[in-house]
Write a protein that binds this ligand. Structure first.
Ligand SMILES: *[C@@H]1O[C@H](CO)[C@@H](O)[C@H](O)[C@H]1NC(C)=O
Ligand SMILES: *[C@@H]1O[C@H](CO)[C@@H](O)[C@H](O)[C@H]1NC(C)=O
Ligand SMILES: *[C@@H]1O[C@H](CO)[C@@H](O)[C@H](O)[C@H]1NC(C)=O
Length: 246
């Protein structure tokens, strides 16, 4: 569950594209790197869209889709851990360890290491609930917390293996047959830096996404975006872009 091929107009090429050919990354945004500063905290919310429609199982395994925001020290270096609480959905939820029905999402705190994903158990997201995310970077640990209706449902603390300078998102489909993913919005995003970077907001990249952008009220130490909207996305192995019929 990681980064990127050259999706953005930057040199963010995924080094190991061949190795990760089953993973397909879709619409996304990215902010960073912070200049002479690091991310100390990020908070944001999401009300999940409907689950994808039109997924096709073409192999023995079912596809799965994740949507996430994470922090890391790089967008291309696979050895830089990515702290990425994520929503996951699959037509075969059970195979993913997700207790939800196929009409619902699961959510969990989760960290990508080159050696493998380390995460907490998946929790079913009640339909239409707002999910609140907090990622806190202190001197020794990076902690992810996920809450629904004011109640913490998932938490994971990892060693602070990197000093995060990027915050970025993606839609990610394993096997590229997850179908059509409705648009949705990352809301009320606030990023705290340990030192001011007056240009941090200008690093925002939107790939099939829209936002009125990031603003700061303290000369660049704290940055806020009301929302970043991710457009409808399509994962079909033949490249088609179909609407959900219902
Ligand atoms: C969530 O919504 C879907 C689609 O509307 C429905 O099929 C499902 O039963 C709902 N789940 C719960 C727990 O209400
Ligand atoms: C936005 O996030 C802040 C910080 O987490 C929180 O205090 C505030 O209540 C949130 N606003 C809304 C409208 O949810
Ligand atoms: C994303 O944008 C590119 C170029 O702007 C376009 O070719 C592509 O079809 C878009 N993808 C989606 C899923 O909207």
């Amino acid at each position: 569950m990681r980064s990127f091929y050259a999706v953005v107009p930057l040199s963010l090429a995924l080094r190991a594209a061949a190795l990760y050919e089953d993973w397909h990354f879709g619409n996304m945004f990215a902010i960073g790197p912070a200049s002479n500063a690091q991310i100390t905290k990020a908070t944001y919310s999401l009300t999940p869209p409907a689950v994808p429609c039109g997924s096709v199982q073409e192999k023995s395994e079912a596809p799965w889709l994740s949507i996430w925001v994470g922090v890391s020290a790089s967008m291309s270096d696979q050895t830089a851990d990515l702290f990425q609480p994520l929503l996951n959905w699959s037509p075969d939820q059970e195979a993913q360890g997700c207790p939800a029905t196929a009409e619902e999402w699961c959510v969990a705190t989760s960290t990508y290491h080159l050696s493998g994903q380390v995460q907490q158990p998946y929790i079913t997201v009640p339909n239409k609930s707002q999910i609140d995310f907090t990622i806190t970077v202190d001197s020794n640990e990076i902690t992810q917390e996920v809450s629904i209706a004011g109640e913490q449902v998932s938490k994971q603390s990892d060693d602070k293996s990197v000093s995060p300078t990027f915050l970025y998102s993606s839609n990610e489909c394993y096997l590229n047959s997850c179908g059509t993913v409705a648009g949705y919005s990352w809301d009320n995003l606030t990023i705290h830096l340990n030192q001011a970077d007056p240009n941090f907001g200008e690093t925002l990249i939107l790939y099939n996404a829209t936002s009125s952008g990031l603003t700061t009220s303290d000369e660049g130490k704290t940055w806020h975006a009301e929302s970043i909207k991710i457009n409808e996305d399509y994962f079909y192995t033949d490249g088609s872009q179909k609407e959900c019929s219902s």
